[in-house]
Design a protein around this ligand. Structure first.
Ligand code: PMP
Length: 364
């Protein structure tokens, strides 16, 4: 039996989502076509839009469907010339051109004074934007989103947040937060991969499309919409129960406590910081993250060394390096991210297996 502890990379598809997709899998037609078959697909897209809007509390027409969060992040920032970002963003933000990076503290939070100083010192605020993620995909550390919004608002600079990891795990009310743009992704909340969205407060925002063509999504994202993926995304949002996921904190804490009690020298990164209820990153001395990951895989545990996008590379975690941790620590961390299908027995089994692996490595 395998144990999947990598929900932040991608969550298993919910059974209600699968059933819904099965119901409509034989449907076909282009949602832009005016005939009956086309309109039927269009209605499915619009139902998904409404379900997501209801879940996040935003105006349905201000949801722009994309292929995922990477594309949504690119769309959010594409029209801006100065992008003020944190040093722990996802690669789809970090790799943007014309970025100004705000460092994070050892606790993983953005340095708010530095953000304020940067915004203050901008000669022109024209086409400047702040983009800071809601919660980090590796450490789970939650940024002070309301304070960031306050500072951005004070300087009259729009604020975008990549909330991929926070959606469904924290209660998020887009309109109440007063954020200008927010990125979300389907496969992190139990929907299929291949769909995501950029949610905007108003389409008056500077939005420069990344893809040009057939002018779908109000000309903001051309290309025939992948209706099965979007429908599944909508269904995943419809059935999500954030309160249930918040309870994962108990399970996460029990993993952490059992690990600490085992006296293996394990350190939990950002233990005292405000974190997502389902995530922890642990440093294990005496063993490299890739070796541990492979050993755990052989024992039936799916975990990750930091972000899935980078886990193919045997490199230290950039997030940890930017939090000020040594190369040694940044190279020895693995991320555990839990979901509704995990249970307490897996915590015991995980500690048991980890002890076994560490003992074996000590003897090598
Ligand atoms: N942002 C964050 C914070 C993520 O964790 C991820 C997925 N690793 C992405 C963006 C990219 O998401 P997608 O796979 O939907 O492109």
């Amino acid at each position: 039996m395998r144990h999947y502890l990598d929900y932040n990379a991608s969550a298993p598809m919910n059974k209600h989502v699968k059933n819904y997709i099965k119901e409509i899998i034989d449907f076909y037609g282009n949602p832009s076509s005016i005939h009956t078959k086309g309109r039927r697909i269009k209605n499915i897209l619009e139902l998904a839009r409404q379900r997501i809007a209801l879940f996040i509390n935003c105006v349905p027409k201000n949801i722009v469907f994309t292929s995922g969060a990477t594309e949504a992040n690119n769309l959010a920032l594409n029209g801006y010339k100065k992008k003020i970002i944190s040093s722990v963003e996802h690669e789809s933000i970090i790799k943007q051109k014309n970025t100004i990076t705000v460092k994070v503290t050892k606790e993983g939070y953005i340095d708010l004074d530095m953000l304020e100083n940067i915004l203050q010192s901008l000669k022109s605020k024209d086409k400047a934007i702040v983009s800071v993620m809601f919660a980090n995909n590796e450490t789970g550390i939650i940024q002070p989103i309301e304070k960031i919004r306050e500072i951005s608002l004070k300087h009259n600079v729009p604020f975008h947040t990549d909330s991929v990891q926070a959606i469904g795990r924290l209660n998020i009310d887009f309109l109440k937060l007063g954020i200008d743009m927010m990125t979300v992704s389907s496969h992190k909340i139990g929907g299929p991969s291949g769909a995501g969205a950029l949610i905007v407060a108003s389409k008056k925002q500077i939005l420069k499309p990344v893809l040009l063509g057939g002018e779908q999504e109000d000309s903001l994202r051309s290309g025939t919409e992948p209706f099965l993926a979007i429908a599944g995304f909508g269904q995943a949002a419809e059935i999500l129960e954030v309160n249930k996921i918040e309870k994962l904190k108990v399970l996460r804490n029990s993993f952490e406590n059992k690990l600490k009690k085992a006296n293996l020298g394990i350190k939990i990164i950002g233990e005292k910081s405000k974190r997502l209820p389902n995530t922890f990153m642990m440093y294990t001395p005496k063993i490299k993250a890739e070796d541990l990951l492979i050993a755990l895989d052989l024992e039936g545990f799916d975990v990750s060394t930091g972000s899935a996008c980078s886990s193919g590379k045997a490199e230290p975690s950039i997030v940890l390096k930017n939090m000020g941790f040594s190369k040694q620590i940044a190279s020895g961390v693995i991320r555990i991210s839990l979901g509704l299908y995990n249970n307490i027995d897996e915590a015991d089994k995980f500690v048991y297996v980890l002890k076994k692996i560490l003992k074996r490595f000590e003897n090598i």
